[in-house]
Each structure stands twice: as C-alpha cells, then as structure tokens.
Ligand binder design. Structure first.
Ligand code: ZN
Length: 311
C-alpha cells in the first residue's frame, strides 16, 4: 500500500458563543453536527464537529467555542481562509442566503478560473464558497432550506498566509506529496493527485504582514488525512528525519493523530480515517448525544450543567 496524504482531513477553529456557532453552521450553512463532545483538555468546553452525513474526512470542520474570547486577527503563520466546494450555479442562492442572515460577504469574484464568494462567520472566520471547475461528486448533507442544488460538498481548499513561502512549500511538496499547480500574483496553488477533492492548499506570500493572533475566528490547526495508523507512523518518521518536533500518536477517539509545527509556523496535524464518527453513535443519531471520553464519564452531570444550552 502506498504511503499517501489524502488531502485535508479536518480543520479546527476557535469560536466565541457556542449557540451562535451551532446555529450558524447547522442552520445558515446547512452542515450536519456529526459529533458533540468536549475539549479533551478542558471538559467544560464543547468540541463541535460539523460535516457531511457521515462526517467524511475532507468535510469536517471542528470548533472549540470559548465564551468571551476576544477576536483573533488574520496574519502570517496561519490558515487564513477555508474554502468549500459548492455546486455550479449555486452562488446566487448563497449570496441571497448570506444577505438574509446578515452575514458579511463580498460579491462573487473569479480566482484560478473559478467563481467564488467570500464571507465571514459570526466570529470573523473567513470562508470561500467555490464553484469548482471539476464536478464534485461527494455526497451532500441536505436540510429543508439547503438542498442538493446548493449544499456544500466538503472542502475545496485552504489558504495559508506565510512569510516563509519556500519553507512551507518544501513540506507540502517534499513530504506531503503536493505539487505546485499555478501561481497568480502572490498566491501559489498546490495540489495533491492522491485524491480528487479537498486536495488544494494555497500559499499566500505576505512578507510585510504581521503574525496572526490566535483567538476567536482563527483556525487553530489543519489536519491532513492518512488511511490508517501505519501510514501515520510512516509520515511521523519523515518529519523526524527533517529534524522537526512531532508528537507521539494521540488517540482522539474518532481518529488517531500527530501534531507538528511546519517551518512557516502553522500547526499541522496528520489524522487517520479510522475509526470514524460511528464508533460511539449510530449514523442516524450522529451529533444528537453529548459524547464524553471515558475519563470524564463519571463527571457527566456536572459537565452537562456547565456546558451552554444550544436550544
Ligand atoms: Zn485536529
């Protein structure tokens, strides 16, 4: 079996108010809450996972909502944009929907030959909805308001803002199997051929830009996808050989992972497909129960009393 990075696995960001975050992603964007759990290091804080019906890798966006956290600031050493793929012709629908829900957005524009629309979530996290040139066959999660003609297909790309373009690019191309596709002005698009979707990483070189401030509305890390634990450990060896620090394998209940900081300063994670979100809830019930890791189960009543109400 080939040792491959299969594009993006998930993206984790920081939010403020939990209920606002939950309402925005499930109702306005129409994602499925596939897991409601807590921060394993801070069990009085939620950890929300949003995605498609199954929570497939490449569709998973996760949040730690910390009430009262101040706003972050986009800058270098950060993932500064999250791109979703949407069906061709759907941007008019999205523009109207964002307008109706008082979301800050920009009118559609074109980048690398693809039409896209930019918006900010309630905490200022920046998104793009892109009508991808290559048809996206990934299954969609439908809601009453957002049907297949408009629903997101999972990630299209992420953008990293860097003042160390070569160092970050070297990790992408030298270790993770990406190649440079094309460059427009200061934006270079890297792609992996290992998967058809969630395969793009854009690097924006911004030498004069200040370092981003991590807080509300910021991406905490991006996770790249591997098939299984053997592949995870193969890539761990590759990172160690470069002399970079990388964690031991960590059990995140729904996947196994490793973390390392790439030389441009962005926290990268590698995460496995196994075991997935149905390990502790049936598919039909994903996200409908508060799932606690075993070490906190005895404190369930206290934790449930502290966590904010979502309805
Ligand atoms: Zn993660």
């Amino acid at each position: 079996m080939k040792n491959e990075i299969l594009g993006i696995h998930h993206i984790t960001a920081i939010a403020g108010n939990a209920k606002k975050n939950y309402d925005f992603y499930t109702r306005v964007l129409g994602l499925r809450l596939v897991k409601k759990t807590v921060n394993f290091d801070d069990p009085n804080t939620y950890h929300f996972y949003y995605g498609d019906e199954h929570g497939n890798p490449g569709s998973i966006l996760t949040f730690f909502p910390w009430e009262g956290i101040g706003a972050g600031r986009r800058g270098t050493r950060q993932v500064t944009e999250i791109g979703y793929s949407v069906p061709a012709g759907s941007l008019d629908f999205w523009q109207k929907r964002l307008e109706e829900n008082n979301v800050i957005y920009n009118k559609p524009a074109v980048k690398f030959g693809e039409r896209y629309l930019t918006f900010l979530d309630p905490d200022g996290l920046k998104f793009e909805l892109t009508e991808a040139q290559t048809p996206d066959s990934r299954p969609q999660w439908e809601t009453a308001a957002i049907t297949k003609a408009h629903a997101t297909h999972g990630f299209h790309h992420i953008t990293i803002t860097t003042n160390k373009m070569e160092a970050t690019a070297a990790i992408l191309t030298g270790v993770l199997g990406y190649r440079l596709l094309t460059t427009e002005v200061n934006r270079s698009r890297f792609i992996t051929d290992a998967v058809a979707h969630a395969a793009i990483v854009d690097l924006v070189e911004a030498p004069g830009e200040t370092i981003g401030h991590l807080a509300g509305g910021s991406v905490h890390h991006v996770a790249f996808r591997v098939k299984d634990e053997a592949t995870l450990m193969y890539f761990r060896d590759q990172i160690v050989k470069l002399g970079l620090n990388i964690t031991e394998k960590i059990d995140r209940n729904y996947f196994y992972s490793l973390y390392f900081r790439e030389p441009g300063g962005v926290l990268f994670e590698l995460a496995t497909d196994n075991p997935g979100f149905t390990i502790d809830e049936p598919l039909e019930e994903l996200g409908s129960h508060l799932k606690l890791p075993a070490q906190y189960e005895s404190n369930r009543t206290i934790i449930e009393g502290i966590l904010p109400k979502l309805d």
